[in-house]
Design a protein around this ligand. Sequence first.
Ligand SMILES: [Zn+2]
Length: 310
Amino acid sequence: MVRPMELTPSDLIYAIFVREDGKKFEIPSMKGQQYLSLDDAVQVCRKTVDSGIPAVMVYGVLKEKDADGSCALRRDGFHARVFKTLKKEMGEDLVLISNLCLCDHTVDEICVYSENGKVLNEKTAEMLGKIAVVHAEAGADVIAPAGMVDGQVRHIRSALDKEGFEDVPVMTYVKINSLLFQPFFETMTLSKEEVPKRAQDPSKFRTDVINQKMFMRKVDLDVSEGADIVIVKPALTNLDLILRVKEAYPTIPIAAYQVSGEYAMIKLLGQHAHLDENTFLMETLNSIKRAGADTIISYHALQAASILSK
Ligand SMILES: [Zn+2]
């Protein structure tokens, strides 16, 4: 009678991995989740809409990358084709969020350009702005830059505005360093091997887990540059930071990302600790919503929506 909130499927965002080579198989580091071909992605998006989930975060896994990531600017490139197809099939029924990062397009799979060990923020952010325009033109409704580059929101906002995409919001990632990202890194590499490993450690592009000032400075910067939505990730280990952003910016929507390691943790508890996976999943999602998240990105989104509909 006095429950202050109710979690619903409309609070959730599902994350999908679409492969250019069209191969469909279970993601080795995230058992229970599948790589999708573009055709499969359409089916999964239909299922997502039918589940009452309003949006998907789209990851494109390329067949080939290049040295500077300029393949990302091709209007007929894979990401553009994914957004074109999904927008054509789903129309206004599903919000398409583009996960935007240089590492998805460059052979070295590093999120930034650098020179002599120095990160080139402006050059990277400018490139992200150009890629954002390609994705928006193709049908992406929201741009989510993942590289944590200073200036990325400013460059993307101005590039989108210049090309007439003023209504495409920027949903910026503010990441806290965590081992919970590890299963994800294995999903996005060029999978020549069975279980590919990303060689580079991108931890220097994330904020320190015990330094909330560093985290808030990054939030301040991205909001001041025009971020429309802030993503906090991982979710479960940073509930206090979700609340902190909520208090500092009551009018900015917050997305919490229940990351790959959280997904695996919930699955493993179900398998190894005789706990009910579904009950624990709902406990985590409710905690994240209680902390102040307006939306939750989760690999468990379809499963959670099915539990909620019972
Ligand atoms: Zn990246």
